[in-house]
Design a protein around this ligand. Structure first.
Ligand code: 13P
Ligand code: SF4
Length: 350
């Protein structure tokens, strides 16, 4: 797919070959141009070798790679065919025609892709790439919550296991959470909804839907929970005029101190639309690296937290998955049917 990538409208191939320190021309210069801010000329030949091998394997296996916005620049800007936030990846997963999907993201994303493509092979380059939110709740917990709140619909964040989705009425992502809960309240004729498991997402969305009572769980994203309002004050003091964008998995006090809150795609859209001179994304580190590729004139201030799970995905790991076809995600068909229904109900909401 190198040709296809090279002609993607968001990236003009560089007309001058880049050189390493010794004056050697760098391989795949059009791809290097996308990552040159984050990958040194000395590192690039190793990445380029993996990229070339992955592109060959993608053709042989008839595979596509879905890449989340938090993926490292050398994955996100090279081998990933479809990139975006969790909502976009779920929506795009429905349309995939290839036989094999490789998830450059975390395990719940691969499960979601598998739910939507039961007959395809969905490969996870590292099965240990989990998520603190997905780990915070089980299907049994949802059943207990239903006993405690009879008749109250359950909306679960897409950052959950298939087992949890199977116990849910609807899924949501950070990109559509308020829309989903409004829809559910209307359809079910209720004014209370269980919104699980991200406590902060629920509390942030609560401000947008004061007419509905959202009952939360105590799950947190280990990346976003670490940001504090003091971090925002320090950023404003040290970088005058900086526009602060925060992810709604951050604590509500952090979101309140920010200028704008939205999913990873919402943040990228905001930067493209508003073109702030100086901006900081209060989220995972690679996000700013990937957005900055398209906005060389914008100054990105870069305090951020790394997601250790996203970092488990590497170019060699993706190559290995395609070579060996190991790491296929499997979900019990009966459970998958119920989990798929919750995801599909979400996707159907426009
Ligand atoms: P979104 O890309 O949907 O905003 O999700 C953020 C996240 O933390 C995914 O793990
Ligand atoms: Fe999970 Fe947070 Fe990592 Fe996203 S960034 S995968 S929510 S731990």
């Amino acid at each position: 797919m190198l040709d296809a990538i090279a002609t993607r409208e968001d990236t003009a191939p560089s007309d001058r070959p880049r050189r390493d320190g010794a004056g050697e021309a760098l391989p795949l210069p059009h791809l290097y141009a996308r990552v040159a801010r984050h990958v040194t000329p000395a590192e690039w030949p190793l990445h380029a070798r993996e990229v070339a091998a992955i592109e060959r394997l993608k053709r042989e296996r008839n595979a596509v790679i879905l890449g989340h916005n938090y993926q490292a620049p050398e994955i996100f800007n090279t081998v990933a065919d479809i990139v975006g936030d969790s909502l976009a990846l779920a929506r795009e997963a429905v349309k995939v025609e290839a036989d094999v999907i490789v998830m450059a993201g975390v395990h719940f994303m691969a499960e979601t892709a598998k739910l939507l493509n039961p007959s395809k092979t969905v490969l996870m380059p590292d099965m240990a790439a989990g998520c603190s939110l997905a780990d915070s709740i089980t299907g049994a917990d949802i059943r207990l919550m239903r006993q405690r709140y009879p008749g109250v619909p359950v909306v679960t964040y897409v950052n959950t296991s298939a087992e949890v989705k199977a116990e849910s009425d609807y899924c949501c992502t950070s990109g559509n959470a308020a829309k989903v809960v409004r829809h559910v309240a209307r359809e079910w004729g209720v004014d209370r909804i269980l919104m699980l498991p991200d406590e902060y997402l629920a509390r942030n969305v609560q401000k947008q839907v004061p007419e509905i009572e959202l009952i939360a769980w105590k799950g947190h994203c280990e990346v976003h929970e670490r940001f504090t309002p003091q971090d925002i004050s320090d950023l404003r003091e040290n970088h005058p005029g900086v526009v602060v964008l925060a992810h709604p998995e951050c604590p509500p006090e952090v979101v309140a101190a920010a200028d704008y809150a939205g999913s990873t795609a919402d943040m990228a859209d905001y930067v493209g639309r508003e073109k702030p001179g100086r901006v900081v994304l209060i989220t995972e580190c690679s996000m700013a690296d990937n957005v900055a590729v398209h906005h060389p004139d914008i100054e990105f201030v870069r305090p951020c937290n790394l997601c250790p799970h996203m970092r488990r995905i590497t170019l060699p790991g993706i190559r290995r998955a395609l070579e060996t076809m190991e790491g296929a995600v499997e979900i019990d068909p009966a459970l998958a049917e119920r989990a798929r229904a919750a995801v599909e109900r979400m996707i159907a909401i426009r």
